[in-house]
Every structure is written in C-alpha cells, then in structure tokens.
Design a protein around this ligand. Structure first.
Ligand code: SF4
Length: 397
C-alpha cells in the first residue's frame, strides 16, 4: 500500500480531474495523507505563462519530499513545459479520461476498499464534457485537451446522485466548453441535462461552471430559469469589449451581441473572464472593455494579463508592455470591485440562503459571497447587515 497526496492547479476541470485520480487511488486501497507520503500527484495548468511556472514549482517541491511524483493535467500535455531532470518525476501525457488508470497502474492496486470516498468540498464538481473544438487565437487548451467530447448523460446523472448521497448539497456542472455538451444517442442537450440534474432529490443548488455567450440559447435560458435548484449566477467569458480585439482573438461575437444577450439576464449575478493586454489592445480598446463590463451588468471579473502560449496563433506576439498590462489589470480589478459592491449594496436588509463552505463564510443563492457565522456545510438563512471588502456581512435570520 502507498501513501499519497493529490493537488491541482488551475480551474474546476483540473479539480475534477485531480479528484478522479484521487478517488481511483483510494478505491485501489492506498491511503491519503495531508503531507509527505510515498506518492504525490500534481495536476497542472498551462493557461498562462504564470500557471506553468507555478506548476513547475509545485512539481519541484513535491519531488523533494515524495518518493515518486506523477505530473498530470494540461501542462503535462504541453510539449517541453515541464521537462525535468528529477529521476522520481513521471510526466503523464494522457487525456483526462485515461489519467486515473495511467497513474493507478503505475502505483499498483491493493484492493477495492474505499470506492465511496467523499470529496472534501461542500460542492461537487461534476464533469460533463472535456476539450474544445474552437480555436481562439490565444488559447492553448484545445492543444492540450483535444477536441470536444461529452460524457453520457446517464453517467453524469448517476454521478450527481452519488455526490448527493455523499452529502454534497451543491453540484457544479463542469467542462472546458459546457455549451458543446451533447449526448446525441440519448438525445440530451445541455438544457435537458440541466432540467433533469436539477430535479434530482437532494440537489439543493445546481450551477454551470462557465458558459460561452454563443451557447446561451433560448432553450438553455428557459431551462435555467425554470429549474428551481439552479442558482441565479452565470459566468460568461467576455475576454475583450473591443470588436477589433475580439475579431483578432477569434471570438465569435461582437461586444454589442454580448451586451444584448446579457441584458435579458439582469436578474442573474453575472461574472466573467477578461484578457488584458492582448496584442494590439490600445488604451481606447481597453476603455471599451471597461465600459462593456459595466454596461453588461458584470460584477466579478477574473483578470488574466495576456501571455503568449506556445502553439497558438499569437504565440509570437506580445506587443503590450508588461507595465501597461499591470496597470490595466489593476484598473479592471478596481472597476470589478466597485461593481460587486454596487450589487452587494442592493442586498442590505434582505435575506438569502447561504451555503457555508468555510469557517465564517459562504455563498448566497446567486453566488454572492456572504460572511456569516454558522457551521460549515450548512445552508442557513442570513440577513445582510453591512458590507466588507470580502462580501456581505450577515447575521442568522
Ligand atoms: S472557447 Fe476559446 S478560450 Fe474557450 S477553451 Fe475553446 S479555444 Fe479556449
């Protein structure tokens, strides 16, 4: 039997992949430990230059304290990104579906003793799709994760039932490009999956991890509105508010189309991703992004300073100076903070259901952060009394 630990870097898809490896090792009879251990698995990220550096550091740290380190995930599939001289490090370049088997084969099975190991988090990230068949000019993801493919709907619904039985009240449907989900054989679209997943007894909250604006069809919006457990939150990547930059990025919408789509969703808490300093982005283009973020009713923006990724259309282009990217990133984060507070202010005096996921904090029904003193894992009714930098200060209602 081996002792092991698993960590991940990056997004919710990386988290879901790391969990699949972890569950497989537990099912094979190995023992998870907080620190040290014979084996470490590091599920990496390569979405930016910084993500690759952090992945490399995590691997080096793990190699110093573990007998054997398995490096998996996006950066492991990006040629040369994690080249290492350490003899105890194995870079596993495989698709996400094959990772649990590939790692488990090497570690060796003991016996099926913990097949129902619960995930640690309050919310469960259930993967419904992987890969992407689009080709945004900046994005390395299709190169390392391959073309889009979907899980079967019955496998997804089965996993949700299992997560509920393990005690997860919140389910997040996760994928690289969720709107591409299809189970043609069983005739499921994402909208039908949302309706059926949301109706599973015990699912108190259902969320989409992220959705492209082009995939927000009338059918999907109706499913989101008509399924009681679906949260009033959507994460819709904007990337830029300038049409010239959007075209150069290979995105398939204009800023006006983006705004128009979000107009009909003003009752949702809308969050987004923006890349700052894409080649050719001048000050006016950046100011348009600030405007669109505000006009579209977005609150939280995840800001990514552009960095060229190998193998992409813009791999050789990086025209905006680092100090300009830093300045624009700070301005966009400051605008996002203002917009969050504007929305939070409207909630003062109101009550909401808060799922407490860490000591002293949790999220309301629209994924707004609430600070409330209650037991971790509980869904509590809370009343907003004041604002802080981190969210809405609340008391039990
Ligand atoms: S839609 Fe574009 S940004 Fe998103 S994963 Fe696909 S290629 Fe990358």
């Amino acid at each position: 039997m081996a002792t092991f630990s698993v960590r991940f870097l990056g997004c919710k898809v990386s988290f879901a992949d790391a969990q699949a490896i972890r569950e497989r090792l537990l099912a094979d009879g190995h023992t998870e430990v907080e620190r040290g251990g014979d084996v470490a698995v590091v599920n990496t990220c390569c979405v930016t230059h910084e993500a690759v550096s952090k992945s490399r550091q995590a691997v080096s740290r793990a190699a110093r304290v573990h007998g054997r380190v398995y490096v998996t995930g996006c950066a492991a599939n990006l040629e040369g990104a994690l080249a290492t001289a350490a003899t105890n490090v194995a870079v596993v370049s495989a698709g996400s579906e094959d990772l649990p088997d590939a790692v488990a084969r090497d570690v060796g099975a003991i016996g099926c003793v913990q097949a129902d190991a619960r995930l640690e988090r309050i919310r469960a990230f259930v993967k419904i799709q992987d890969g992407c068949s689009f080709s945004c000019a900046f994005c390395v993801i299709p190169l390392v994760r391959g073309a889009t493919r979907s899980r079967r709907a019955d496998a997804v619904l089965g996993e949700i039932r299992k997560r509920v039985s393990q005690g997860h009240p919140e389910i997040v449907l996760t994928g690289v490009n969720l709107g591409c989900f299809r189970d043609r054989e069983a005739r499921y679209t994402l909208a039908r999956l949302v309706r059926e997943a949301g109706a599973i007894p015990g699912v108190e909250r259902l969320r989409l991890s992220s959705i492209e604006v082009n995939h927000l069809t009338a059918e999907l919006i109706s499913a989101l509105r008509e399924t009681a457990s679906v949260t009033a939150h959507l994460h819709i990547p904007l990337q830029s508010g300038d049409d010239t930059v959007l075209r150069a990025m290979g995105r398939r919408y204009t800023s006006a189309q983006f705004r128009a789509k979000l107009e009909s969703l003003s009752d949702f808490n809308l969050t987004s991703d923006v890349i700052v300093g894409f080649p050719g982005e001048d000050e006016r283009a950046f100011e348009r992004t600030l405007q669109v973020v505000e006009q579209a009713g977005i609150t939280k923006v995840h800001v990514f300073p552009y960095s060229p990724r190998p193998g992409t259309v813009t791999a050789a282009a990086d025209t905006v100076a680092a100090r300009v990217k830093k300045d624009r990133s700070a301005r966009l984060r400051a605008r996002s903070d203002e917009l969050c507070r504007r929305r939070w202010r409207t909630k003062l005096g109101t009550t909401d259901r808060v799922l407490v996921d860490r000591p002293g904090r949790g999220y309301g029904d629209d994924y707004t952060p609430w600070l409330v003193d209650a037991e971790v894992g509980r869904m509590v009714q809370a009343r907003a009394v004041a604002l802080s930098k981190e969210g809405i200060l609340a008391v039990a209602a």
